[in-house]
Design a protein around this ligand. Structure first.
Ligand code: AMP
Length: 216
Protein backbone atom coordinates (compact mmCIF):
# COMPACT_ATOMS: atom_id res chain seq x y z
CA UNK A 1 0.00 0.00 0.00
CA UNK A 2 1.32 3.44 -0.94
CA UNK A 3 0.45 6.11 1.60
CA UNK A 4 0.53 9.73 0.45
CA UNK A 5 0.48 12.21 3.34
CA UNK A 6 -1.09 15.62 2.69
CA UNK A 7 0.58 17.90 5.20
CA UNK A 8 0.11 21.63 5.72
CA UNK A 9 -1.60 24.32 7.78
CA UNK A 10 -5.38 24.73 7.89
CA UNK A 11 -6.60 26.36 4.69
CA UNK A 12 -3.63 25.29 2.58
CA UNK A 13 -5.89 23.50 0.08
CA UNK A 14 -5.16 19.87 0.97
CA UNK A 15 -8.82 18.83 0.82
CA UNK A 16 -9.44 20.73 -2.42
CA UNK A 17 -6.50 19.02 -4.12
CA UNK A 18 -7.55 15.61 -2.79
CA UNK A 19 -11.04 16.15 -4.24
CA UNK A 20 -9.55 16.97 -7.65
CA UNK A 21 -7.35 13.85 -7.49
CA UNK A 22 -10.37 11.68 -6.64
CA UNK A 23 -12.13 12.96 -9.77
CA UNK A 24 -9.12 12.29 -11.98
CA UNK A 25 -8.13 8.96 -10.40
CA UNK A 26 -11.33 7.39 -8.96
CA UNK A 27 -9.41 4.36 -7.65
CA UNK A 28 -7.34 6.34 -5.19
CA UNK A 29 -8.64 6.01 -1.62
CA UNK A 30 -8.95 9.08 0.54
CA UNK A 31 -8.93 9.45 4.30
CA UNK A 32 -9.58 12.88 5.84
CA UNK A 33 -9.51 12.76 9.63
CA UNK A 34 -11.31 16.14 9.76
CA UNK A 35 -14.17 14.80 7.57
CA UNK A 36 -14.51 11.70 9.78
CA UNK A 37 -14.61 13.81 12.91
CA UNK A 38 -17.31 16.07 11.40
CA UNK A 39 -19.28 12.96 10.38
CA UNK A 40 -19.15 11.65 13.96
CA UNK A 41 -20.19 15.02 15.38
CA UNK A 42 -23.11 15.29 12.97
CA UNK A 43 -24.30 11.84 13.98
CA UNK A 44 -23.62 12.44 17.69
CA UNK A 45 -21.70 9.17 18.12
CA UNK A 46 -19.56 8.55 21.20
CA UNK A 47 -16.49 9.70 19.24
CA UNK A 48 -18.43 12.74 18.05
CA UNK A 49 -19.35 13.74 21.59
CA UNK A 50 -15.71 13.57 22.70
CA UNK A 51 -14.40 15.34 19.58
CA UNK A 52 -16.89 18.21 19.67
CA UNK A 53 -15.36 19.87 22.72
CA UNK A 54 -11.92 19.97 21.06
CA UNK A 55 -12.84 20.89 17.47
CA UNK A 56 -15.09 23.77 18.58
CA UNK A 57 -12.10 25.37 20.32
CA UNK A 58 -9.67 24.71 17.49
CA UNK A 59 -7.78 22.13 19.55
CA UNK A 60 -6.65 18.68 18.45
CA UNK A 61 -8.82 15.68 19.25
CA UNK A 62 -6.88 13.15 21.42
CA UNK A 63 -4.50 11.06 19.34
CA UNK A 64 -5.81 7.78 20.77
CA UNK A 65 -9.20 8.49 19.13
CA UNK A 66 -7.73 9.61 15.81
CA UNK A 67 -5.22 6.75 15.56
CA UNK A 68 -8.00 4.18 15.94
CA UNK A 69 -10.10 5.92 13.28
CA UNK A 70 -7.25 5.87 10.79
CA UNK A 71 -6.37 2.26 11.58
CA UNK A 72 -9.98 1.16 11.01
CA UNK A 73 -10.24 3.04 7.72
CA UNK A 74 -6.95 1.59 6.45
CA UNK A 75 -8.11 -1.91 7.39
CA UNK A 76 -11.37 -1.36 5.48
CA UNK A 77 -9.45 -0.24 2.41
CA UNK A 78 -7.18 -3.29 2.67
CA UNK A 79 -10.12 -5.70 3.12
CA UNK A 80 -12.10 -4.24 0.25
CA UNK A 81 -8.89 -4.14 -1.85
CA UNK A 82 -10.14 -0.76 -3.02
CA UNK A 83 -6.81 0.66 -4.03
CA UNK A 84 -3.11 0.43 -3.39
CA UNK A 85 -2.84 4.26 -3.22
CA UNK A 86 -4.23 6.08 -0.21
CA UNK A 87 -4.17 9.81 0.49
CA UNK A 88 -4.25 10.71 4.18
CA UNK A 89 -5.22 14.34 4.72
CA UNK A 90 -4.81 16.01 8.12
CA UNK A 91 -2.95 13.12 9.76
CA UNK A 92 -0.46 12.72 11.38
CA UNK A 93 -0.75 16.01 13.26
CA UNK A 94 1.47 15.08 16.21
CA UNK A 95 4.72 13.17 16.66
CA UNK A 96 2.78 10.47 18.53
CA UNK A 97 0.46 10.03 15.53
CA UNK A 98 3.38 9.70 13.09
CA UNK A 99 4.96 7.05 15.30
CA UNK A 100 1.66 5.17 15.56
CA UNK A 101 1.28 5.28 11.76
CA UNK A 102 4.76 3.92 11.12
CA UNK A 103 4.65 1.25 13.82
CA UNK A 104 1.08 0.02 13.42
CA UNK A 105 0.07 0.76 9.84
CA UNK A 106 2.87 1.45 7.40
CA UNK A 107 5.70 3.83 6.62
CA UNK A 108 4.31 6.48 4.25
CA UNK A 109 5.55 6.50 0.66
CA UNK A 110 5.70 10.30 0.34
CA UNK A 111 4.65 13.53 2.07
CA UNK A 112 3.35 16.49 0.08
CA UNK A 113 3.83 19.63 2.13
CA UNK A 114 1.32 22.33 1.08
CA UNK A 115 3.14 25.52 1.95
CA UNK A 116 1.26 28.84 2.13
CA UNK A 117 1.53 32.26 3.79
CA UNK A 118 -0.52 33.26 6.82
CA UNK A 119 -2.32 36.08 4.92
CA UNK A 120 -3.55 33.64 2.32
CA UNK A 121 -4.75 31.22 4.97
CA UNK A 122 -7.14 33.80 6.41
CA UNK A 123 -8.26 34.97 2.98
CA UNK A 124 -9.11 31.39 2.05
CA UNK A 125 -10.64 30.11 5.25
CA UNK A 126 -12.96 33.03 5.97
CA UNK A 127 -14.70 32.64 2.59
CA UNK A 128 -14.56 28.85 2.54
CA UNK A 129 -17.83 26.93 2.40
CA UNK A 130 -18.27 23.17 2.56
CA UNK A 131 -20.98 20.73 1.63
CA UNK A 132 -22.14 18.97 4.82
CA UNK A 133 -23.34 16.02 2.72
CA UNK A 134 -20.51 15.14 0.27
CA UNK A 135 -17.66 17.22 1.81
CA UNK A 136 -16.97 19.21 -1.38
CA UNK A 137 -15.10 22.44 -0.70
CA UNK A 138 -15.80 25.86 -2.23
CA UNK A 139 -14.52 29.42 -1.92
CA UNK A 140 -16.93 32.31 -2.48
CA UNK A 141 -14.49 34.08 -4.84
CA UNK A 142 -11.92 31.57 -6.12
CA UNK A 143 -13.99 28.42 -6.40
CA UNK A 144 -17.64 29.47 -6.53
CA UNK A 145 -20.50 27.00 -6.76
CA UNK A 146 -22.56 27.40 -9.96
CA UNK A 147 -25.64 28.30 -7.94
CA UNK A 148 -25.30 30.54 -4.90
CA UNK A 149 -24.47 28.57 -1.71
CA UNK A 150 -25.56 25.24 -3.30
CA UNK A 151 -23.24 22.24 -3.83
CA UNK A 152 -22.59 21.57 -7.55
CA UNK A 153 -22.26 17.84 -6.92
CA UNK A 154 -25.20 16.94 -4.68
CA UNK A 155 -27.41 20.04 -4.44
CA UNK A 156 -27.12 20.41 -0.63
CA UNK A 157 -26.99 23.85 0.97
CA UNK A 158 -23.39 24.85 1.70
CA UNK A 159 -22.32 25.81 5.23
CA UNK A 160 -19.43 27.55 6.90
CA UNK A 161 -17.53 25.27 9.28
CA UNK A 162 -17.88 26.49 12.89
CA UNK A 163 -14.12 26.28 13.30
CA UNK A 164 -13.57 28.48 10.21
CA UNK A 165 -14.49 31.60 12.23
CA UNK A 166 -11.56 34.02 12.56
CA UNK A 167 -10.84 33.59 16.29
CA UNK A 168 -10.79 29.81 16.04
CA UNK A 169 -8.63 29.87 12.93
CA UNK A 170 -6.01 31.79 14.94
CA UNK A 171 -5.96 29.01 17.55
CA UNK A 172 -5.83 26.31 14.87
CA UNK A 173 -2.83 28.00 13.29
CA UNK A 174 -1.04 28.19 16.66
CA UNK A 175 -1.80 24.53 17.31
CA UNK A 176 -0.39 23.73 13.86
CA UNK A 177 2.83 25.64 14.57
CA UNK A 178 3.42 24.14 17.99
CA UNK A 179 2.18 20.56 17.63
CA UNK A 180 2.11 19.71 13.93
CA UNK A 181 5.01 21.52 12.26
CA UNK A 182 7.62 19.60 14.32
CA UNK A 183 6.33 16.40 12.70
CA UNK A 184 7.97 17.49 9.42
CA UNK A 185 11.46 17.15 10.88
CA UNK A 186 10.71 13.64 12.04
CA UNK A 187 9.25 12.73 8.64
CA UNK A 188 12.63 13.65 7.15
CA UNK A 189 14.52 11.77 9.85
CA UNK A 190 12.52 8.63 9.04
CA UNK A 191 13.68 9.00 5.44
CA UNK A 192 10.18 9.56 4.06
CA UNK A 193 10.33 11.50 0.79
CA UNK A 194 9.17 15.09 1.32
CA UNK A 195 8.13 17.43 -1.49
CA UNK A 196 7.21 21.07 -1.24
CA UNK A 197 4.05 22.28 -3.02
CA UNK A 198 3.63 26.03 -3.46
CA UNK A 199 0.03 26.20 -2.30
CA UNK A 200 -0.30 29.99 -2.59
CA UNK A 201 -0.99 29.60 -6.30
CA UNK A 202 -4.38 29.12 -7.95
CA UNK A 203 -6.13 25.76 -7.58
CA UNK A 204 -5.23 24.50 -11.07
CA UNK A 205 -1.61 25.60 -10.77
CA UNK A 206 -1.32 23.75 -7.47
CA UNK A 207 -2.93 20.70 -9.08
CA UNK A 208 -0.28 20.72 -11.81
CA UNK A 209 2.40 20.49 -9.15
CA UNK A 210 0.60 17.62 -7.40
CA UNK A 211 -0.37 15.39 -10.35
CA UNK A 212 3.11 14.09 -11.29
CA UNK A 213 3.38 12.26 -7.95
CA UNK A 214 0.29 10.21 -8.81
CA UNK A 215 1.20 9.26 -12.37
CA UNK A 216 3.30 6.17 -11.59
P1 AMP B 1 -9.35 19.58 9.35
O1 AMP B 1 -10.63 19.37 8.62
O2 AMP B 1 -8.25 18.66 8.88
O3 AMP B 1 -8.93 21.03 9.39
O4 AMP B 1 -9.63 19.15 10.88
C1 AMP B 1 -10.60 19.83 11.65
C2 AMP B 1 -10.42 19.53 13.13
O5 AMP B 1 -10.57 18.11 13.38
C3 AMP B 1 -9.05 19.88 13.74
O6 AMP B 1 -8.96 21.24 14.10
C4 AMP B 1 -9.02 18.94 14.94
O7 AMP B 1 -9.83 19.42 16.00
C5 AMP B 1 -9.67 17.67 14.39
N1 AMP B 1 -8.65 16.79 13.76
C6 AMP B 1 -8.55 16.47 12.44
N2 AMP B 1 -7.49 15.67 12.23
C7 AMP B 1 -6.90 15.50 13.43
C8 AMP B 1 -5.74 14.80 13.88
N3 AMP B 1 -4.96 14.11 13.02
N4 AMP B 1 -5.42 14.85 15.20
C9 AMP B 1 -6.18 15.53 16.08
N5 AMP B 1 -7.27 16.22 15.73
C10 AMP B 1 -7.64 16.21 14.42
Amino acid sequence: MRIYLFFGPPGSGKGTQANLLKQKFPNISYISTGDYIRYHIKNQTEIGKIAQQYISKGQLVPSSVINQLVLEEINKIKTDKLSDKVIIDGYPRTIQQLEFLIQNISKPYITLFFDITLDKIFERICLRRICPNCNSIYHLIYNKPREDEICDKCGSKLIQRDDDKEEIVKTRYQVYKVQTLPVLKLIEEYGIKLVLIDSSQEINQVFEQVIPYFMS
